[in-house]
Design a protein around this ligand. Structure first.
Ligand SMILES: [Zn+2]
Length: 249
């Protein structure tokens, strides 16, 4: 009998908290979860596993950030309107965030008055905050619409082409079938190869651009950040195109 066992990540929902979202640049509601690493047999686990980390996900922009349970007075099981959630989960938040909220007010109203170094750090920060989400997403195969369409089209082609070839090109039917097969393999392979860039363009760029927009970043500044990320081997740096960001700015 073959046993399949090992370890897998187990995500346990804990509830909701209020906190600052550096991507939305304002206080937001977050869902909170515990990530554990548990032993599994046939991918079935019976415990939450050893603690790896706590994570909070912004309910607005869906960015996942590290969480520290010590920051919260309690973790309500149900989401509440933000003022009520602040009172319940993080009542001192506005006081603790006083300086950051004042800075964000300047970002919104007078970004050009910011010191150059600080402004550049504020532009760079969302790239690195979104990078772990990209790394996690691209660490395993996933099926997006384009990949499903390529698989569906390949099945259709491989089901219909042999019959048509036998009928209209009987002498060449083997070559036609092999050609169709190669075409379908290349089609699916191409969609697999480009799915990371598609994910970044569709899911990450709109969120990133919204966060950057108040700071009015220059193309040259974005190029420097993307180049730096590439050199540091961040997948986001390799998959993102500055031109795509510009479309939203
Ligand atoms: Zn957010």
């Amino acid at each position: 009998m073959v046993y399949i066992w090992g370890t897998k990540y187990v995500y346990s929902k804990m509830g909701y908290v209020a906190d600052f979202c550096p991507i939305c640049r304002r206080p937001r509601a977050f869902s909170l979860r515990r990530t554990g690493l548990a032993k599994h047999i046939y991918y079935v686990t019976i415990s939450q596993g050893d603690l790896v980390c706590y994570e909070r996900t912004c309910l607005k922009c869906k960015t996942i950030l590290a969480a520290d349970l010590n920051d919260y007075e309690c973790i309500p099981k149900k989401n509440e309107p933000l003022p009520a959630l602040v009172n319940m989960s993080n009542p001192h938040m506005m006081e603790l965030l006083k300086d950051r909220l004042a800075l964000e007010e300047v970002v919104r109203k007078a970004p050009t008055s910011l010191d150059d170094e600080l402004r550049f750090a504020l532009i760079r920060s969302p790239f690195y905050l979104l990078s772990p989400t990209v790394e996690r997403r691209l660490s395993k195969l996933f099926f997006d619409l384009e990949l499903w369409l390529a698989i569906g089209a390949s099945i259709l082609i491989l089901k219909t082409v042999p019959g048509l070839a036998d009928r209209y090109l009987p002498a060449e039917s083997d070559r036609v079938y092999i050609g169709a097969l190669i075409f379908c393999l290349l089609l699916v392979f191409w969609q697999l190869l480009t799915q990371g860039s598609r994910y970044v363009r569709k899911r990450i760029v709109p969120v990133l651009a919204k966060s950057l927009k108040p700071l009015r970043p220059k193309v040259s500044e974005l190029n420097v950040i993307v180049r730096d990320m590439k050199e540091r081997k961040h997948k986001l740096g390799r998959k993102i195109k500055v031109a795509d960001i510009q479309r939203y700015l």
